[in-house]
Design a protein around this ligand. Structure first.
Ligand SMILES: Cc1cc2nc3c(=O)[nH]c(=O)nc-3n(C[C@H](O)[C@H](O)[C@H](O)COP(=O)(O)OP(=O)(O)OC[C@H]3O[C@@H](n4cnc5c(N)ncnc54)[C@H](O)[C@@H]3O)c2cc1C
Ligand SMILES: *[C@@H]1O[C@H](CO)[C@@H](O)[C@H](O)[C@H]1NC(C)=O
Ligand SMILES: *[C@@H]1O[C@H](CO)[C@@H](O)[C@H](O)[C@H]1NC(C)=O
Ligand SMILES: *[C@@H]1O[C@H](CO)[C@@H](O)[C@H](O)[C@H]1NC(C)=O
Ligand SMILES: *[C@@H]1O[C@H](CO)[C@@H](O)[C@H](O)[C@H]1NC(C)=O
Ligand SMILES: *[C@@H]1O[C@H](CO)[C@@H](O)[C@H](O)[C@H]1NC(C)=O
Ligand SMILES: *[C@@H]1O[C@H](CO)[C@@H](O)[C@H](O)[C@H]1NC(C)=O
Ligand SMILES: *[C@@H]1O[C@H](CO)[C@@H](O)[C@H](O)[C@H]1NC(C)=O
Ligand SMILES: *[C@@H]1O[C@H](CO)[C@@H](O)[C@H](O)[C@H]1NC(C)=O
Ligand SMILES: *[C@@H]1O[C@H](CO)[C@@H](O)[C@H](O)[C@H]1NC(C)=O
Ligand SMILES: *[C@@H]1O[C@H](CO)[C@@H](O)[C@H](O)[C@H]1NC(C)=O
Ligand SMILES: *[C@@H]1O[C@H](CO)[C@@H](O)[C@H](O)[C@H]1NC(C)=O
Ligand SMILES: *[C@@H]1O[C@H](CO)[C@@H](O)[C@H](O)[C@H]1NC(C)=O
Length: 701
């Protein structure tokens, strides 16, 4: 995270040849068996390049990001329903290699480019008054096109805590979300060589194998990765043999959203849209920023109905509208979804009045309860090769496609450290102290005077403090091998990232112009518990660098270095350096209305008749996980819920949500059996080829 500027310096928006040139018009049969004469370019699959859309759709999805494209693919499995996706960003065709090659998340990053919203927080009091960059993907696939590809899941305890926060929350308990996450997934086991080199352990029974999102391991592993779980175990953090089945703690080598057929990124477009035949009932329109929802005149005040969606290509461009006959589904992400609600007059009345937007629904929780993971890193000089040094030496530039496995290397060595890993037995006192601080915290740290928002803060706080007494991760520790420092690319970084913050912030609009960014104030580290946990995580990171076998690759600590020793030293240093782990969420929290909730358990916005939110903004609590896999699970379950209402597809039988032909992405799958030789997979085989290559990273995620 701290070397973000170096990443930015390396941006090259090479206009590589689009994968979608050429094409032809044809009469063909769609997957539903209908003869189709499509205006779509046959190879461009449902993406509308000529701007011509219909005047009206059953479902309009706002935001073609991670969740939005997944939902669009599922809803359009029903040939009777028309679906339109409006995406603010471009298609991504012009930057295909930056997106598709996993390693280019580091070497040809789109961060800072026009494919990034380039948000910034307001100056943060507890971060040395810094404004902190908040990248978000502005392109089809959203943040899944620019993220770090980590594919990890929250734990059962956390997901069940979410489900318990809202009436009807059994749709969001572990069993439901686990099934939905598996439905989205096509897991490929590592090769025997990669499994051995990385000391990888996994249980295939915890994975799906018939879903659209590819989940696998890189085709090349740096040897130091194979020392990761052993080193953790040596400091008392045991390895996890199955981090994906609900017990997501301990040390492990994480899967990534990589298609192992060609070592390319499996983002939401590649997974859910590109493999589809053209569907006459699905249109995806890029360069279309939704500016507001327009409500039907005369619809009931407590149950307003949207009848059209307004959008524009640019700030000064003409406003267009498209009618919606069934539902609007907001999937603009943690920033875009609350922003569109506020622009539509749905949000805190004081915020709306300040910018002269008529209040349609006073919904105080919109933009509140904003939570994020904060992260920084301890860096070490190494004598080994790193991914960055191999890349800088062009060692990964090999002919005939041999580079692909090398360039699929991304960071994946991970651990979720629990509260006693951080604090030992003192944790019970710490937990007690936090519990006792509930009412002071609610009255001093919540950026709203609204009593419902404060009640929501308390409910989230209560759930978070209770989870603290369990083995779930409080700090994520990441081995980062792809980055550089100012002077060297032979850097090993060990990052620590806070997973269950007690700080909550907010975002709000201060302009009625949809092309102005909202004001983002995560209120980072406002609760002192967050500072303590981050500090103790950083100490663990330092300790890991000094522990064998990892220490055999370490020459010396680069940062923060020997001058940082006391707790005060650590806190002062961290405040100057921490950034986002890129996981903002909870800004349209699924909570009861009396607790400042924005959506109910069916994802419906309170006070609106036909609007749901379905993206990372609705999680009411943070998880010890990166957010794309729970977001795919949420999207799958959202589609199940919508189809249960409109198609009579029973919610309890998600496998009946089945497209009629095998060419489509959905589909039933047989029970996942343990077909691979997993006795071997589960044995920690720390066989270390000393070929010697490591690498450092530039950003976390
Ligand atoms: C740099 C970075 C690294 C990350 N690394 C990882 C990782 O390694 N692993 C992981 O699991 N997670 C990672 N994440 C987080 C993860 O990618 C996101 O949490 C997740 O993709 C969010 O999905 P979403 O559908 O909520 O939003 P998004 O995928 O961001 O989609 C929102 C979409 O809505 C569009 N939009 C917004 N407003 C409007 C509007 N008004 N009109 C039309 N369209 C609009 C946006 O352009 C975007 O396409 C990372 C995120 C970032 C930014
Ligand atoms: C989107 O806008 C950009 C910038 O004007 C343009 O280059 C691109 O071709 C547009 N994309 C589509 C699909 O129209
Ligand atoms: C859109 O809705 C408006 C208002 O209800 C109506 O007048 C118009 O005919 C609709 N357009 C289409 C294409 O359905
Ligand atoms: C589409 O509608 C027709 C006519 O109402 C109905 O017979 C058919 O079952 C529907 N198809 C699906 C996939 O729901
Ligand atoms: C798969 O194998 C693992 C390890 O042997 C076992 O723990 C798990 O229960 C098995 N799962 C199934 C579905 O058989
Ligand atoms: C899953 O991925 C494997 C490996 O690329 C591929 O062979 C298989 O066809 C995929 N399965 C589905 C259902 O897409
Ligand atoms: C991994 O650990 C072994 C000792 O167990 C050591 O010999 C080797 O050098 C280490 N390799 C790397 C790359 O750190
Ligand atoms: C990667 O392979 C898949 C098939 O598994 C294909 O659909 C996709 O187009 C390929 N991606 C690239 C960038 O070549
Ligand atoms: C790597 O390739 C680039 C571009 O071809 C070249 O400029 C650079 O000098 C090469 N670096 C090394 C170390 O060979
Ligand atoms: C949180 O827990 C405290 C203490 O148990 C309790 O007084 C309070 O009502 C709870 N708040 C909410 C919103 O659940
Ligand atoms: C944290 O993990 C350690 C090691 O597995 C375990 O002994 C301990 O009980 C866990 N702590 C909590 C609070 O569950
Ligand atoms: C609210 O409006 C929707 C249509 O927008 C309708 O389906 C629903 O029944 C209405 N709910 C109530 C409680 O009137
Ligand atoms: C999994 O095992 C069950 C019980 O042995 C069997 O009925 C089923 O066909 C198996 N599924 C696959 C995909 O092998």
């Amino acid at each position: 995270m701290r070397s973000l500027s170096l990443l930015l310096a390396g941006i090259s928006l090479s206009s590589c040849a689009s994968a979608f040139t050429g094409g032809h018009r044809d009469i063909f049969h769609d997957e539903f068996g209908h003869e189709v004469r499509s205006d779509h370019d046959l190879r461009r699959r449902n993406i509308v390049y000529n701007g011509q859309i219909s005047g009206s759709y059953d479902f309009v999805i706002v935001g073609g990001g991670t969740a939005g494209l997944a939902i669009a693919a599922r809803l359009s499995e029903d040939s009777n329903h028309t679906v339109l996706v409006l995406e603010a960003g471009d298609t991504g065709d012009a930057v295909a290699s930056s997106i598709n090659i996993p390693g280019n998340a580091y070497y040809s990053s789109l961060l800072g480019s026009s494919y990034d919203w380039n948000y910034q927080t307001v100056p943060q009091d507890n971060a040395a008054n810094r404004q902190i960059a908040w990248p978000r993907g502005k392109v089809l696939s959203g943040s899944s096109a620019i993220n770090g590809l980590y594919a990890v899941r929250p734990s059962k305890l956390e997901v069940d805590a979410w489900g318990a926060l809202v009436p009807g929350g059994d749709k969001w308990n572990w069993n439901s979300l686990f099934a939905a996450m598996k439905k989205s997934e096509n897991f490929t086991a590592p090769s025997a060589q990669i499994e051995a080199e990385g000391s990888i352990m996994y249980d295939p029974a915890s994975h799906g194998t018939s879903g659209p999102v590819h989940v696998s391991y890189p085709g090349y592993i740096l040897p130091v990765v194979g020392n990761w779980t052993q080193t953790l175990s040596d400091i008392g953090i045991p390895f996890s043999a199955d981090a994906n089945g609900g017990d997501g703690w301990g040390g492990f080598i994480a899967t990534s959203t990589i298609n192992p057929a060609n070592w390319t990124r499996s983002h939401s477009r590649a997974a859910y849209i590109d493999p589809l035949p053209p569907r006459p009932n699905l249109d995806i329109l890029a360069n279309s920023t939704v500016t507001r929802l327009i409500f039907a005149a005369g619809s009931p005040q407590n149950n307003l109905s949207v009848n059209s969606v307004e959008f524009a290509a640019t700030r000064t461009g003409a406003r267009q509208t498209v009618n919606v006959t069934k539902e609007v589904i907001l999937a603009g992400g943690a920033i875009g979804s609350p922003q569109v609600l506020m622009l539509s007059g749905v949000g805190p009345s004081d915020v709306l009045q300040a910018v002269n937007i008529p209040v349609n629904v006073n919904l105080p929780g919109v933009g509140q309860h904003l939570q994020d993971h904060i992260s920084t890193q301890v860096t070490f000089q190494t004598s080994d090769d790193t991914a960055a040094s191999l890349h800088a030496a062009n060692a990964t530039d090999l002919p005939n496609g041999q580079s692909s496995p090398f360039l699929s290397f991304i960071n994946s060595a991970t651990a979720y450290a629990n509260i006693s890993d951080l604090l030992g037995d003192y944790y019970t006192t710490f937990q007690q102290d936090i519990a006792s601080a509930l009412s002071t915290s609610a009255s001093t740290l919540v950026p709203s005077t609204d009593p419902t928002v404060r009640a929501g803060y308390e409910a989230i706080y209560n759930a978070t403090v209770q989870l603290m007494g369990t083995p779930i991760g409080q700090i994520e520790i990441l081995l980062s091998l792809t980055g550089t420092s100012q002077s060297s690319n032979k850097i090993i970084a060990i990052q620590a990232a806070l997973q269950h913050p007690f700080s909550q912030g907010r975002l709000y609009i201060n302009s009625s112009d949809p092309f102005d960014p909202p004001v983002i104030d995560p209120n980072y580290a406002s609760h002192s518990a967050d500072i303590v946990m981050l500090r103790e995580g950083l100490k663990l990171a330092r300790k890991l660098g000094g522990t064998a076998p990892l220490s055999s690759a370490v020459l010396s600590e680069v940062s923060p270095g020997a001058a940082v020793q006391s707790d005060d030293d650590w806190d002062a240093w961290a405040a100057k350096g921490f950034g986002t782990e890129f996981h903002p969420s909870c800004s349209c929290a699924m909570l009861p209305l009396a607790q400042g909730g924005v959506v109910d358990a069916d994802l419906k916005v309170y006070g609106l008749g036909n609007v749901r939110v379905a993206d990372a903004s609705v999680f009411p609590i943070q998880f010890a996980a990166h957010l794309q896999m729970p977001t795919y699970g949420l999207a799958e379950q959202a589609a199940n819920i919508v189809r249960a209402q409109w198609n009579g597809v029973a919610l309890s039988q998600p496998s009946s949500v089945t497209p009629p032909t095998p060419t489509s992405t959905g589909g039933p799958k047989p029970t996942d059996n343990n077909t691979t030789s997993d006795a071997a997979a589960l044995v920690p085989s720390i066989s270390l080829a000393l070929a010697g290559a490591v690498a450092v990273l530039a950003f976390g995620l």
